[in-house]
Design a protein around this ligand. Structure first.
Ligand code: NAP
Ligand code: 8YV
Length: 327
């Protein structure tokens, strides 16, 4: 967009997929510079980069130390989404750059997605839909589903904002819940298992809703799948990186586990052909929060956090690694 001399105006880089509501959210006090991908960003001239004071990150574009080093005047990164594993939060903190995300406004939507994905996987809804469309119902009833919520026990992996919202839905569905996380969650009465393998042995379903990044990389590995066992269902609405994807494919093929419902993948938007060919998986294109109403609320929070910052106030949702002091 504009890239002329911006004097007293605030130069704002909008980095990532096009988001009209975010772009329209800023008055002419701001000069917007839009770049969708990392290669695009290479075209940003050093003099403009030198004036950028804020970045709105509109999707899962890598915002690493090399990217940050190009913006000496950068004060704040307002990122779309609650997960921020695509941003180097440590490098931002070292350079006194505040990072904000969009928690809470998407919690219930993502929890709805997780429960829907769990039911669709256990009860084979998508496979049954394909059966009807192909005309097979005219010849024979759809077979009974092997899976059911009625005889299951869920082990949540992650019991934060979204994990607790999923737990409330499982309570309403009369499905028993326990959970694994590094520390017990405050105010949560479900049984906490600090040891994931121990929990996986005692349940038949894992619903994964942790952050991505190094601390959770391949947390759900072959050993966990084998502990879960042949009735096992894994639902992942966290990040693709949290599951060892080749191990998952092998476990689904061999019957080590029964089925999986996946909203996230290791190399999005690429999904392994082997997974796409399987009948015992439900695959969603990362739509956990993707309704108009929820995405609008996320867009608005990206805008509000930046505007508060430039009004001299504290943004609403800074990440814990970059707390805001003195505003
Ligand atoms: P949150 O409130 O921060 O909760 C995160 C939970 O994960 C906490 O219970 C935390 O407990 C646990 N956790 C973190 N690191 C862990 C580790 N190494 N091992 C085990 N447990 C760990 O976050 P939230 O708002 O619920 O969001 C969770 C994540 O969901 C996001 O970061 C994002 O990746 C994903 N998400 C996906 C979609 C989608 O569209 N599919 C949408 C929104 C969010 P401890 O710190 O005690 O371990
Ligand atoms: C977004 C998400 O779709 O909030 C998150 O962490 O994964 C989703 O709500 C994602 O940030 C892509 O922009």
């Amino acid at each position: 967009m504009a890239s002329g001399i911006s004097s007293d105006k605030i130069d704002l880089l909008i980095y990532g997929p096009s988001k009209p509501l975010i772009e329209q959210g800023f008055s002419d006090q701001y000069v917007l510079h839009k770049f969708e991908t990392q290669p695009d960003l290479e075209r940003l001239t050093p003099d403009v980069a030198g004036r950028i004071r804020a970045i709105a990150v509109t999707g899962l574009v890598p915002t690493n130390a090399a990217v940050l080093s190009r913006f000496p005047k950068l004060e704040i990164i307002s990122s779309f989404g609650v997960g921020y594993d695509h941003i180097d939060a440590k490098a931002a903190a070292e350079h006194n750059i505040v990072v904000t995300n969009t928690p809470d406004v998407l919690t219930e939507e993502v929890a709805d997605t997780a429960l829907g994905l769990f039911i669709a996987t256990a009860r084979e809804f998508i496979k049954a839909d394909r059966y009807l469309r192909s005309g097979l119902w005219l010849t024979q009833s759809y077979p009974l589903s092997v899976g059911s919520l009625r005889d299951r026990k869920v082990g949540m992996v992650g019991m934060g904002r979204i994990g607790q919202a999923i737990g409330r839905r499982l309570d309403a569905s009369l499905v028993p819940v326990v959970y694994h996380s590094r520390n017990p969650a405050a105010g949560v009465s479900y049984k906490h298992y600090p040891n994931l393998i121990e929990m996986a042995k005692l349940v038949d379903t894992l619903i994964v809703i942790t952050p991505g990044g190094p601390s959770t990389a391949n947390l759900i590995n072959a050993e966990v799948m084998s502990a879960l066992g042949p009735r096992g269902i894994i639902v992942n609405v966290a990040r693709g990186s949290v599951i060892d994807e080749p191990a998952l494919i092998a476990a689904l093929k061999s019957g080590t586990i029964l089925a999986a419902g996946l909203d996230v993948f290791a190399q999005e938007p690429k999904v392994p052909d082997e997974l796409r060919a399987m009948q015992n998986v439900v695959l969603l294109p990362h739509i956990g929060s993707a309704s108009v109403v929820t995405r609008n609320a996320m867009d608005q929070l990206v805008v509000d956090n930046l505007k508060l910052w430039f009004a001299g106030k504290a943004p609403m949702t800074p990440i814990p690694e970059t707390p805001v002091k003195g505003r």
